[in-house]
Each structure stands twice: as structure tokens, then as C-alpha cells.
Ligand binder design. Structure first.
Ligand code: F6P
Length: 552
């Protein structure tokens, strides 16, 4: 946020008003001028201007290597972006974030997910409760992993089913997928999020009531999908274990609504709390990460926390020009706010990171998919882009055609763990590098003609086809290399994007930590579900009538 309207907040009070939009900052106008200056400039041309460009625009931290050289950025643009961060008072914002100030200014609370991994101090008033819940949770997991946690019929638990959605699903699900090879012990972890009965129905046959534990994961303990699935799970247990069985032995809860969890029948010692200052999309480090703790064990989960802490320290200490989260954020702002690129693709070249794009969608689009600024005014500029992606190389055979020859420019982050040494692993990262280069360089008409002539086609055919082979190129990308896909590097990766998200929201002057928009959809769904209620709109009434006909 603009330094002129510096964040006026303290650990106990919310941010006050008077933050103007970033477009009034001098750096914003300078960046608009740079965008005009570079209009029509090919990214590749910047390499000719500076042979040292690949090294000059690479940043490294703790094994991570980020190559920004395929962004349409030169020294002057980088300096102007850094000036924008400075004029936005970013340094003050980082201190406010880590200092536990109420950066979540609408809900009047801090955002201290970093405190869960030792990257910031836990608020003194919460330290004892968090420590008690964490120790109790870890003892519970040790019992579970040792086969000493027994169900109602005396059998040890063998399957764990996480019932949660959004931040109560995406983080732990992705961590368990990414680190599947590192899971040890006899336990199997499953995830069910959707209220569509099919997801739970597909999972239950793989489990036995006698040896299954359900984790009811819901910070609010009000989420329709999760509670509906929990009731269905309990019915399955009752059917399988017989009337009167203590189904409470087959549940644990992750929530900060302990009373509601108790009312559902979950014993207090199995309710693990999530502090109010941990947002759902930032919560994998908290008790929400319980499935990952179960799958990885304490050593693996602590390594995940350690990787994130490493990035916390980097984010706090590294100068902005050498700061990976800051530069990820600033290149995103450059592409979105100055080059008019409204779409952003996150392409992880690892099967284990196949759910990373969906996790990132919630992180970036639920955090920064907003238009209301701190001072209540409406943004006169774009905020979060549409985020999409899929694991490479699969995405290459699905949507990369649009990246090559579509009418939209798309900014891309290639996320490339350098995995095994066999030919397929090598081909995986070679494809990532090839895609980033091909999307930057494109294929002009002359090259298209040459390729067609080389196939021996007659001239008329060459002329007919050549325009269809042209790829404009100039799709900007960042390539992030990870030394491997381990708990440490996965923790680094997630923290990188958490802090990128914070930096962008700070500069845009929005609150990255609330989500009032999705509440509207939930309210509409609740009113529709009310048997006494009436359809709220003619289109809805007509659709309900059509559904009734289809179902009849
Ligand atoms: O999507 C809205 C949201 O509130 C997310 O922010 C959150 O991660 C998800 O729903 C689940 O919420 P809860 O953990 O309270 O069930």
C-alpha cells in the first residue's frame, strides 16, 4: 500500500483507513511508460541486448533457482517495479505481517500462518492453547501410526479419510500426493471434499468400518459439504459397526469450533484447534495438515515446516531485488497491470504436483480476487488473474495449443523439480525448458515456409499452409527449478506463493485474507435448500421445474 497512506496498525488494532489506490504512485505511471516503450519488443530481443541476461535475471535461495529472463523485463522495468514495491510501503507491510499486526483488516486479525512453522512469533495469548493442541495431536498421530489407536470393535485403524473442502482439503491433499513416495507405515490416507455422493461412495468401499478414522476438518464447522459427508460417514459406521457402537472412536476433528465438534459426538481430546489467525488457504501448516502428518510422520512434516520457514526468513531478510516471492509478485503485476495479460498458468512438471494448480487457484484467486480497496474504494485496475494449470507434460496435450496460437497472452510459471535420472525424468524437465523457450520464440512466417518447403510441398501449398503454422511467441514465463520434490522443497514452494500472494495484495491495497464473496454463494445455496423457502429468481424457478421434469 502506498507509503503516503502507510498502514497504520498495531498488534491490537485493525488497519485504519486512508490507503489510496496504487495507481496514484509515481512508479505506476513510470511502469505505464515502460510498457509503452516496450510495446512491440520481442522478449528474445532483450537477450541480444544483454548476453548475461540469463544470469542477471536469475535468483537463488536454499537450492531454489528462479529464472525470470523470459519475462519482458529489462533493468529499467525491474527498477520501476522495485520502486512500486517501495512506494507501496512493502517493507512496512512485511513487518506488519510478521509482527502480527491486523493485516486482515476487515476481520480485524493478524495473518500468522508463518508462526505455525517458526517463521514468526505465536501471539502470546494463543501460545498455550496452540502448544497443547499440537502436542495432543502429535501424540494422537504417534498412537495411530503405531497401530495403537483402536476402533469400536477393537481393531487398529488402517484407513484415514479426511472430510474437508477448500483450504481444509487442498493443502493436505496436495502434500500427500506430492510426497506419496515418502509415506511410510501401514496407514492409507484418503480425501473426500465434494458433496457429490460419488466421492465418498468411491472411497468407502476401499475401507472397512472397523478400521477407518474420519477427520472432520472444518475451521468454521459450518461448511455444508463437510458436515453432509460427516453425517453420511457416521451412518456408514453405524451400519457397519452395529447399533450402539461408539462411532466417536472413528472420528477426529480439526476446527476452532470445539463446542460444535463436541455436539457432533467427537471427544474433546480428539478435537485439534486451528487459530483464528490462520486463513483456510494458508492452513496446511496447522492441524489442517493432520492427514499429511499422519502420512509423513513427524520428521517428514517437520521438514515441510522447515522448508517453509526457510522461505519466511528469505522473504523477511533478502533485499527486494534478490527476493524470490517479491519478484514473483512483481512480474505478475507487470504482466497483469501493465502488459494486459489477464491469465496466469502454473505448470508444475511433476505428477506429484498435479493438484498444485488447484491449490494455487484457491490461494491466489480467493485471496486476491477482489476489487474493494482498504479504504472502501473500488479498484480501477485488475487484481488477481485467472489462475489455471495442469501437470506437465499432460497439459501440453490439452491446452498448450492456445498458449502457442490463441488470441490471448498468458503469463506462465514453469515449476520444475529436478527429479530422477532416468530418461523419462530427463524428458520431463527437457519438455519444460523446451516449452518455455518455444512459447517465447514462437515461429514466424519465414520459418513456417522454410519448414513446409523442406517437406517438399509445392509452392502453392506452402503459401496456403504457412500462415497456419505461425506462432507469435512472446508468452512470458518464469521457470522455477527445485532440486527435488521433498518435504523441504515442497514447503519452500508453498511458502513462496503464499508470500507472493501477500505482496500482490499489499501493493494492490486489498485484503488478501478474507473471502466475503464466497459467502454470498453459500447464503444463496442455503436459501435454496430451505424447504420452506421459495426460489429466489425466475431463472432458478424455471431450472428447478426443469430438474423436476428430468427427474420424473
Ligand atoms: O471457500 C470458502 C472457504 O471458507 C475457504 O476459505 C475455506 O478454506 C473453505 O471454505 C472451508 O472452510 P471450513 O474449513 O470452515 O470448512
Amino acid at each position: 500500500m502506498p507509503a503516503a497512506n502507510a498502514l497504520k496498525c498495531s498488534p491490537s488494532t485493525a488497519v485504519t483507513e486512508d490507503n489510496s489506490s496504487p495507481i496514484r504512485l509515481p512508479a505506476w505511471a513510470a511502469l505505464q511508460q515502460h510498457a509503452r516503450r516496450l510495446d512491440g519488443t520481442a522478449i528474445e530481443a532483450l537477450f541480444a541486448q544483454d548476453p548475461d541476461r540469463p544470469r542477471a535475471l536469475a535468483l537463488e535461495h536454499d537450492g531454489l533457482y528462479a529464472d525470470f529472463s523470459k519475462q519482458l523485463i529489462d533493468g529499467a522495468v525491474r527498477d520501476a517495479l522495485l520502486a512500486l514495491a517501495d512506494q507501496s510501503g512493502l517493507a512496512q507491510g512485511v513487518e506488519a505481517l510478521f509482527g502480527g499486526h491486523h493485516v486482515n483488516f476487515t476481520e480485524d486479525r493478524p495473518a500468522l500462518h508463518m508462526a505455525l512453522r517458526g517463521g514468526a512469533a505465536v501471539p502470546a495469548g494463543d501460545a498455550a492453547k496452540l502448544a497443547e493442541s499440537t502436542q495432543r495431536m502429535r501424540a494422537f498421530v504417534r498412537e495411530l501410526r503405531a497401530g495403537r489407536l483402536l476402533g469400536a470393535s477393537g481393531e487398529p485403524i488402517r484407513d484415514v479419510v479426511n472430510l474437508g473442502i477448500g483450504g481444509s482439503d487442498l493443502g493436505p491433499r496436495m502434500v500427500c500426493e506430492a510426497l506419496a513416495g515418502r509415506q511410510d507405515g501401514p496407514l492409507r490416507v484418503h480425501f473426500v471434499a465434494n458433496i457429490d455422493p460419488q466421492e465418498l461412495d468411491e472411497t468407502l468401499p476401499r475401507c472397512r468400518p472397523e478400521s477407518t478414522l474420519f477427520i472432520l476438518s472444518s475451521k468454521s464447522f459450518t461448511t455444508l459439504e463437510t458436515l453432509a459427508n460427516a453425517r453420511a460417514a457416521r451412518a456408514w459406521l453405524e451400519a457397519g459397526l452395529g447399533a450402539g457402537a461408539d462411532t466417536g472412536l472413528h472420528f477426529a476433528a480439526v476446527s476452532n469450533q470445539e463446542a460444535q465438534a463436541g455436539a457432533f459426538g467427537i471427544a474433546a481430546q480428539r478435537v485439534f484447534s486451528v487459530p483464528a489467525w490462520v486463513g483456510g488457504r494458508f492452513s496446511v501448516w496447522s492441524a489442517v495438515g493432520l492427514p499429511a502428518l499422519i502420512a509423513l510422520g513427524e520428521e517428514g512434516f517437520d521438514a515441510l515446516l522447515g522448508g517453509a520457514r526457510s522461505v519466511d526468513e528469505h522473504f523477511r531478510d533478502a533485499p527486494p531485488a534478490r527476493n524470490l516471492p517479491v519478484m514473483l509478485a512483481l512480474t505478475g503485476i507487470w504482466n497483469g497491470n501493465f502488459l494486459g495479460i489477464g491469465d496466469f498458468a502454473a505448470l508444475p512438471y511433476a505428477h506429484g504436483l498435479r493438484s498444485f494448480p488447484t491449490w494455487l487457484q484457491q490461494l491466489e484467486m480467493e485471496s486476491n480476487g477482489k476489487r474493494c480497496l482498504l479504504d472502501g474504494s473500488r479498484a480501477e485496475f485488475h487484481t488477481a488473474p485467472v489462475v489455471f494449470g495442469h501437470a506437465g507434460t499432460v497439459g501440453q496435450h490439452a491446452f498448450h495449443q492456445l498458449l502457442y496460437q490463441g488470441t490471448r497472452r498468458v503469463a506462465i510459471d514453469f515449476i520444475v523439480p529436478v527429479l530422477g535420472a532416468d530418461e523419462r525424468s530427463r524428458a520431463l524437465y527437457e519438455n519444460a525448458l523446451a516449452q518455455s523457450e518455444a512459447l517465447m520464440r514462437g515461429r514466424d512466417l519465414h520459418t513456417s515456409r522454410t519448414q513446409l518447403r523442406a517437406q517438399g510441398l509445392p509452392v502453392a501449398e506452402v503459401e496456403r499452409l504457412a500462415p497456419h503454422l505461425v506462432c507469435d511467441g512472446n508468452q512470458p514465463s518464469t521457470t522455477l527449478l527445485l532440486p527435488d520434490l521433498s518435504p523441504h522443497t515442497l514447503g519452500q514452494l508453498l511458502a513462496l506463493y503464499e508470500h507472493k500472494t501477500f505482496v500482490q495484495g499489499w501493493i494492490w491495497g486489498i485484503n488478501s485474507f478474507d473471502q466475503y464473496g464466497v459467502e454470498l454463494g453459500k447464503e444463496m445455496a442455503r436459501s435454496l435448500a430451505d424447504p420452506q423457502g421459495q426460489p429466489t429468481h425466475a431463472s432458478t424457478a424455471a431450472l428447478l421445474a426443469a430438474i423436476a421434469r428430468l427427474r420424473s
